[in-house]
Design a binder for this molecule. Sequence first.
Ligand code: GLY
Length: 329
Amino acid sequence: MAEGFGQGMECEDQERNSKMSAVVIVHGGAWAIPSKLAKDCIDGVKAAACAGLSVLKRGGSALDAVETAVRTMEDNTVFNAGHGATLNADGEVELDAIIMDGRMLDSGAVSCVKNIANPVSLARAVMEKTAHTMLTGRGATLFADSIGMCTVPTDILVTEYERKEWEKHKKCITGVMEDFNSQCANDSVGAVALDYAGNVACATSTGGIRNKMAGRVGDSSIVGCGGYADNLSGAVSCTGHGESILKVTLARLILSHMERGKSVADASQLSLQYMRDQVRGTGGAIVVAPSGQWAATFTTERMAWAAVENNVLWYGLEPNEKLKEQLPQ
Ligand code: GLY
């Protein structure tokens, strides 16, 4: 990955900031992505990463960039978030999301929402407009109404493709013992960013596991599990089997390894391996350090990811795949 990028900068803050590069990394979920969805997933993550970078180039913060990148994927029906989310055992949508700002460790989250097209923006509103860090279900929808956020009929979020997949896989139960390398599983979307001022942020959004029990909340909206951001150590967004990620607090675990001197890639690999060894869980993570080092790592069959830095777009789907495109200036 882009390890070593940005290392060794020891100049004064202002000088450092003026030279600092910005980076946005996104994932579209770690799971056994079928080949027929591969191109759409890759195109989707590339578009999301570029949307995030445009925000930074216009002077937006890392927080603005991750919200925009995740909204782009929530609006894209190929991903399990917002429009196109997977259905629970009752055949209903229940969405979870988190956003976190590395400046002051502020975070906001929503869980089990059914009528919100962009849960990541509602999570941001929870962070910025309430004294709380998470709202769930009906209360979250009431809050959305109270701030004038558009709610949608839940059926609008359900695609014909997902309805058919749900019918087909109705008997799948994705448990802790089950490898996430199953096409019964589907996963989340997420973004991490480092802005030109040196601030980091993360966001994660999901429809959760197909056929989950009504009311089940996975890792995505839980701080330290589905995501974490701290300007002192970095930002992480996780994807994979939620119950496993919750057990090992994956996002914080990765940052803890980085705080003890591990590189972003080693910290991610060690933590994902620990999750596999200890609880037989698989998944993936995207990480950015305050230095600009970043990594996209997974233990599932595939994970769609993309990263933009210095007008270069990196992306991949298969293990160890890292493709490169030059973006126009
Ligand atoms: N990683 C998403 C979920 O398990 O809900």
